[in-house]
Design a protein around this ligand. Sequence first.
Ligand code: SF4
Length: 106
Amino acid sequence: MSEKLKETGNSQAGNISRRDLLKGIAITAGVVAAGTVVGVNPIGAAHAAGNCPGTTPKAEVQYQPHPKGKEQCSVCANFIAPKCCKVVAGSVAPTGYCIAFTPMPA
Ligand code: SF4
């Protein structure tokens, strides 16, 4: 590569500058991120199909369909409305509770 090419950042093949290359990478990353938000989110897609992502059996975490005081699924960080949990297998009730309860960050 000649000194002039090093200075400008241009390559001889196709005359693509580093700036153009970085723009292309940024655009690609933006499109991927937008696709995730718009509807290709794997957790959202699984939930829409009725398949919740949790895998731990309810008995293992002592799941119950009623709250324990003020602790319940609807205020747990693992809850995915309206009826899924990131931890527990199958559907859960918003009013349910288990020992994996994790308070939502304030
Ligand atoms: S309380 Fe248990 S079952 Fe309910 S969302 Fe939290 S981790 Fe899941």
